[in-house]
Design a protein around this ligand. Structure first.
Ligand SMILES: O=P(O)(O)OC[C@H]1O[C@](O)(COP(=O)(O)O)[C@@H](O)[C@@H]1O
Length: 386
């Protein structure tokens, strides 16, 4: 079968040669205090701090070596392509043009059936990582087993290429999640399949970098190298990810909880009590909480980082290796906590690539209060249809 990404990107039907082009002017200097960009007739002014710089500038400054800069150059390129694909008017054509319903795409046990854009995003990331020459193995939500890429690649990448893809048809935000480890040299002697898996099952405490990319009204690349979490916004006029949220600090308390509360009657007593309490303004923070739930993990987490509160999914649904670990890393680096309702996520040793668990991410004080209710992890998981 033709590669989906090839089909999607090379087709003249999908990308008509005739596109509107606006006169785009590149800002004179990103270092200036006022950055002005022209989008056609619209002039957009943005205040840029003196620290204004791009994602690649910042990766370079982390002093973690040129290999990581090269990897991020490829990763950001992949995410820009995914951003373009999810916003394309031709997404709905994918179902008709490729045979995704055949058995070759049936996922292994414990995995959900992929959507066409999951597969396209997966291919975009895989091909970028392959051409970087810096990645030994990629473990993805979309593959049953990790893919061994290059014996001498210094890094291991775990990823959910397109989280929240069930929202695509309604143009609701989606995101890419990634985590990066060093390749474990002591496993080099093992057969490829075995070392690919063991490299991918590293504990979250060993992450050297992690992040997410939010595809929403803005495309935001949030990353941590273990010294704070920083977010960059895609400037579509230049193609750069520009530093917009340096050293994010999650508020120690928010007034927002984010959960699919249609599952209320499947929740354990502790979680019901916690939500009942904060809804009524009877918790440690004496104000009534509000609910926000996009049902798109990256978007729910991004809002939580900015406004505070807790983003949670109390059932065994989200994956430890490529969802919970990278996002917990980001949250911890922003001063918050990531747990399964009891244990710190980053300290849980993965035993399976697609291992699922309850996930709670958020403000330190809110997380402590939630966990004090003890029993917050949902035991039953009846297989909800939507
Ligand atoms: O159905 P629930 O329990 O509300 O789960 C919703 C969550 O599942 C996700 O869609 C991830 O699941 P998928 O990877 O199967 O799409 C998250 O983006 C979202 O937060």
């Amino acid at each position: 079968m033709m590669q989906l990404s090839t089909l999607f990107f090379n087709s003249s039907l999908n990308f008509p040669p005739k596109v509107h082009s606006f006169a785009l002017s590149k800002p004179a200097s990103f270092g200036s205090s006022l950055c002005m960009t022209t989008f056609g007739d619209f002039r957009v002014k943005s205040e840029m701090g003196s620290s204004s710089s791009t994602l690649l500038d910042c990766v370079g400054r982390e002093n973690m070596g040129d290999d990581l800069v090269v990897l991020f150059a490829h990763l950001q390129y992949a995410c820009k392509r995914i951003a373009a694909v999810v916003a394309s008017p031709f997404n709905s054509e994918l179902w008709k043009r490729v045979g995704l319903a055949d058995s070759s795409t049936t996922p292994g046990a414990g995995r959900d059936a992929p959507k066409p854009l999951d597969i396209v995003s997966n291919e975009i990331i895989l091909s970028s990582l392959q051409s970087s020459g810096k990645v030994a193995v990629m473990a993805s939500e979309e593959d049953d087993a990790p893919v061994w890429i290059a014996d001498n690649g210094p890094f291991v990448v775990v990823t959910d290429p397109l989280d929240g893809s069930r929202n695509i048809d309604a143009s609701i935000p989606t995101g890419t999640i990634f985590g990066i480890y060093n390749r474990l040299l002591e496993l080099d002697h093992l057969p490829a399949e075995e070392k690919a898996l063991l490299n991918s099952l590293q504990c979250g405490t060993r992450l050297i970098a992690a992040g997410y990319v939010l595809y929403s009204s803005a495309t935001i690349f949030c990353v941590s190298f273990g010294s704070g979490s920083h977010a960059f916004t895609l400037d579509r006029s230049t193609g750069d990810f520009v530093l917009t949220h340096p050293t994010i600090k999650i508020p120690p308390r928010g007034q927002i909880y984010s959960v699919n509360d249609a599952r209320y009657f499947d929740w354990p007593q502790g979680l019901r009590q916690y939500i009942d309490t904060v809804r009524q303004g009877k918790g440690k923070y004496p104000k009534k909480y509000s609910a926000r739930y996009i049902c798109s993990l990256v978007a729910d987490l991004h809002r939580t980082l900015i406004y505070g509160g807790i983003a949670m999914n109390p059932r065994d649904h989200l994956r430890l290796v490529y969802e919970a670990n990278p996002l917990s890393f980001i949250v911890e680096q922003a001063g918050g906590r990531g747990s399964d309702g009891k244990n710190r996520i980053l300290s849980i040793q993965p035993v399976e690539l697609h291992q699922r668990l309850p996930l709670f991410l958020g403000s330190l004080e809110d997380m402590k209060e939630l966990e004090s209710y003890g029993d917050v992890r949902q035991k039953i998981n009846p297989g909800y249809e939507v």
